[in-house]
Design a protein around this ligand. Structure first.
Ligand SMILES: Cc1cc2nc3c(=O)[nH]c(=O)nc-3n(C[C@H](O)[C@H](O)[C@H](O)COP(=O)(O)OP(=O)(O)OC[C@H]3O[C@@H](n4cnc5c(N)ncnc54)[C@H](O)[C@@H]3O)c2cc1C
Length: 321
């Protein structure tokens, strides 16, 4: 029986420093997936496909596969027929359980599916706080354009922590060298390229029907300064009795603190990302002039903004997701 409860909030991070460094935030996904993989249960999560440059949901049954699912991928992922595949796996393994991790819309879709199929008691459903997902076609063309100029992409990260969790480095590896993704990341944040539905997202709230929501615990250095770690901090929002039990299961892998919805406030827990006034112009430019043109026009920073951003950074006002 799954019951909704008043939201419980935790800040937490993996005790294992090396696993924390290879996680986007505080390693919530690793802690959660460990709990399932160790007991032979299954995990469903989104993995980057280096052949066709899409992000696909896959069934994950061991730690090696799980490592490939780590990392925030800033483009819309494809659930494909993963709901059915998860259902079939549960039918074939009647004693096993399954963890589903996806964005708010994908996880709530899976929640509804699991209720209809009568498997809600055998699945744990976690969703991820989301700024919005850019069009997958835009990313694919961007990746293909890099490959045409520089060679095959063999590695992708949006959240390398070499400069700390608050200043993530985004790059792809091509021919063994790093090529920065600054232009694409700017387009991601400037609100032009997100899917139309993202601007009306009903999941931009702390109240959800999944078991748990995970994300970055932004501003933790101000709200819980004695628990801040420059290597990464996860936020856990627990919505059901099943989520409470799940958090108990992963506690031994984590350093954690009880928190509340005021300390963990961030824009996308209150409202969806607002559509940019330039969105229409962006897509018209893209249709007429192509990917390289829009990346140059919308992905580079005017000198005036560079100076303003530098000042804001000095004052501690810029946060990355
Ligand atoms: C497009 C996008 C926007 C985000 N916006 C915010 C935000 O506004 N605020 C915030 O606090 N956090 C945001 N996040 C979440 C944050 O970046 C981390 O992914 C999250 O905190 C999990 O961290 P971790 O340390 O557990 O990550 P990791 O161990 O690195 O695991 C990342 C998890 O995210 C999943 N994932 C990655 N990309 C996708 C994708 N495209 N579709 C579906 N699942 C995916 C992986 O499968 C894995 O389960 C966003 C993530 C994405 C992908």
């Amino acid at each position: 029986m799954v019951d909704l409860i008043d939201t419980i909030v935790y800040a937490g991070r993996l005790k294992d420093k090396s696993a924390l460094m290879s996680s986007s935030s505080g390693g919530a996904f690793t802690a959660l997936s460990n709990a399932f993989l160790k007991s032979g249960d299954a995990v469903v999560a989104a993995v980057y496909n280096y052949e066709n440059h899409t992000v696909e949901f896959q069934m994950i049954l061991d730690e090696k596969q799980r490592e490939r699912a780590k990392g925030s991928k800033y483009m819309q992922s494809k659930p494909g027929d993963i709901y059915q595949e998860a259902y079939r796996w549960l039918m074939d393994n009647p004693k096993k359980e399954l963890l589903f991790v996806g964005m708010g819309c994908q996880s709530d879709g899976f929640r509804k599916f699991s209720e209809i199929k009568g498997i809600r008691d055998r699945v744990h459903i976690v969703d991820i706080i989301c700024h919005g997902s850019p069009s997958p076609k835009l990313w694919r063309e961007y990746a293909e354009s890099i490959q045409k100029k520089d060679g095959k992409i063999t590695y992708l990260t949006f959240k390398d922590k070499r400069n700390g969790w608050k200043s993530p480095t985004a790059y792809v590896k091509v021919n063994g060298s790093e090529r920065p993704l600054k232009d694409y990341v700017r387009v991601f944040y400037n609100r032009c390229a997100l899917r139309p539905s993202c601007y009306e997202c009903p999941y931009a709230t702390t109240e959800r029907k999944t078991d748990m929501t995970i994300g970055d615990f932004w501003h933790i250095e101000e709200t819980i300064p004695n628990f801040y770690d420059s290597n990464g901090n996860s936020l856990f929002l627990i919505h059901t009795n099943r989520g409470e039990k799940l958090f108990e299961k992963i506690q031994s892998d984590l350093d954690y603190r009880l928190s509340n919805t005021i300390q963990c406030w961030q824009a996308n827990l209150e409202a969806p990302t607002q559509k940019s006034e330039q969105r229409e112009e962006f897509w018209n430019d893209y249709k007429k002039k192509g990917i390289d043109f829009v990346m140059k026009k919308y992905g580079s920073v005017p000198v005036k903004t560079k100076i303003k951003n530098k000042l804001l950074k000095i004052m501690g006002g810029i946060h990355r997701r």
